[in-house]
Design a protein around this ligand. Sequence first.
Ligand code: HEC
Length: 169
Amino acid sequence: MPNTESSDRHFFNSFSLILGILIVLAVILFVFARMIGRDTQGREVLLDPMRLKDVQQNIAPFAHAAVAGHDNSALAVLAAPKSDAPAADVPTTGEQAFTKVCSACHSLGINGAPKMGDHAAWGPRIAQGKDALYAHVIAGKGNMPARAGTTWPDATIHMAVDYMVSLNK
Ligand code: HEC
């Protein structure tokens, strides 16, 4: 049993050596992969078939011609949302309205807008009463344009104000 210790040490040394080589190899492979990726990754992403399909859809012409004797049913589908597009633009809940438009200024408090969750900023404003708040949003106030720049009816503005007030009480 005299050389058990030296054979242990020998094993440990070669084991560490191999481990070290593997780690260095892994680092080299990683760097190599990044070098290849730098040139090709962007191209792969840009030429991805699903993305190209998306782009095609986005740049498809708006106008379509009906052709006699062909199946023109696709045109009917395209025409349908057009007729009620303004209605679809109006959110149906206060939360939707907030997410769509109001949050642009109010979630971060841009341009002096009272920030969501800033109770100190909201307290005195809420104290004016909801009717005053409705009127100020509809007429515009300070850096906030009339109706916050939308064409929404009063009822929608009221819902949005109610929603914001409910979160800042
Ligand atoms: C372009 C940025 C902007 C957008 C978008 C915006 N606001 Fe404002 N809002 C402001 C600013 C700025 C003020 C502070 C006006 C002041 O007191 O000078 C304000 C103030 C308010 C107040 C307090 C008014 C008062 O009487 O003190 C309410 C309520 C309010 N906004 C609701 C809304 C609602 C609801 C929407 C979405 C429909 C909205 N805001 C969208 C910028 C914006």
